[in-house]
Design a binder for this molecule. Sequence first.
Ligand SMILES: O=C(O)CCC(=O)C(=O)O
Length: 516
Amino acid sequence: MSTPRKRARAGDGAGARDDDDGDDGDDDDGGDARRPLVVDARDATLPDAALWDEHAERGDADALFEHAIAPLDAATFATCVDRRAVCVKRGGRAHYGSWMTMEAVTRATRDGEARYGVDLDVTSYVDGVRRTHNRNSDAGREADDEDDDVGELVDADAVLTRRFGEERRSVRLLHPQTRCDATWKILATLERYFECACGCNVYVTPASSQGFAPHYDDIDAFVLQIEGAKRWRVYEPFEDETHPRTSSRNFTQEEIATQRVVFDDVLEAGDFLYLPRGWIHQAECSSSTHSVHATLSTNQSNAPADALEIALNNALASTIDGRAELRRSFVSTLNDERRRDAALEGLGEELRAFASELQGDFGAALVEHAYASLEARFMMQRCPPPDSHLLRSKARCTGDVAAAELRSGARTRVASQIEGAPFSILRESPATTLFHPFQNRRDGAHVRVLGVDSADEDRLGRVVVPSDVDDERLDELLDAVRSGDALEIAKTNFRENNFLELVCELVRCGALAALD
Ligand SMILES: O=C(O)CCC(=O)C(=O)O
């Protein structure tokens, strides 16, 4: 079978694009292709704000995303993905339930053991200088000292009363899904929507201040204005930095002065702003109010470039492994023009031979494997499914007892514990491995995993397939559980090989439910 196909979603909007010529979208249409889509929904009927929490609780991916962009529809949004900003203005009406209000941020800062640089940053951007203030006290420090206090335990009063209240510093909560269940559920739900790891930072900015310099990010950003108001300025990407693979450094105001400002407006509570990867932005609070916003992110390293990088690295490694002559030393050529020419000619031939090999079955297998590697990476990075997203009782249908009952024949069928695929398959030599998210940490997405390193010591979430389990059985299992059907295990000829053991392991870890 081929690797699982992704379902159509907002981010797949190729068919809906105006610009089907495969370029960056800067067609000569008077610059309109890059103008943001602004939806004035100040007088529109909106869904009940409380539904935000409910969709996340249930893990209803389409409903949660549609709530975020309402009253805009997902098909229209899809036409903007990757090419233009989108803003929905809701006129100061709360839209995101009780999530990440100032009160919730205060609780997240006070509860548990937050650490500077890990769970929280304190920042400022004053007179063009961006600083980090990740420490409880400045005693004994020069103003210009480098910040070296990453990891110090946060004193909530120092952050909220002194830094935020008196010094007007900004506070950024980093990946709050680790300590806030509601955020965990939102991200787990959005990951189902995007089929890509999602992240979250929450920004709290006092009145009359700015916490960050102009910059662009390597992710698609969904800015949800929760409380207060903030002025956002969004600039066209630099010509040679569209769809960047890494975030930018901090720019000076002079550096971005040449870029067209495509959006300059104040976000109020309930508003939504989408910024494609690479679009430069800065945001500031006026003297009238503070601001709390959350930025949800996705699509980090989720492009054909990333798959090709994996494919070509693997191809090169395998070619070099298989050809001893490629590993032999060059004979010195610096002072011998003829030898130098011969070496270059030999290299050119090798490159052409390498390229032609990529065209056959080897190339097809490489791209298949690269795509499956990205799927495996997603399984490793995504949030562990919260209990409220599970399709059946965790206690009754998964774990050691349920696995033992399946093994003994007391239970006969299995089904996915979540909507969609509960694991992905990566076929490699010497073994095929299944990847699942059921033992992940909640902050996997902020750890950037490129490719899947089989030598990685952390084997959680990986199940090695016994060598006597054939590929077709695996595909049959995945296809059945992905479509939501229960697969009859009792009737299969599982005793011929270790297939039953494999399924029991998936029940034990919680990916599959064992049914009567
Ligand atoms: O609020 C700010 O100063 C910047 C926020 C930002 O860069 C973001 O939310 O991505």
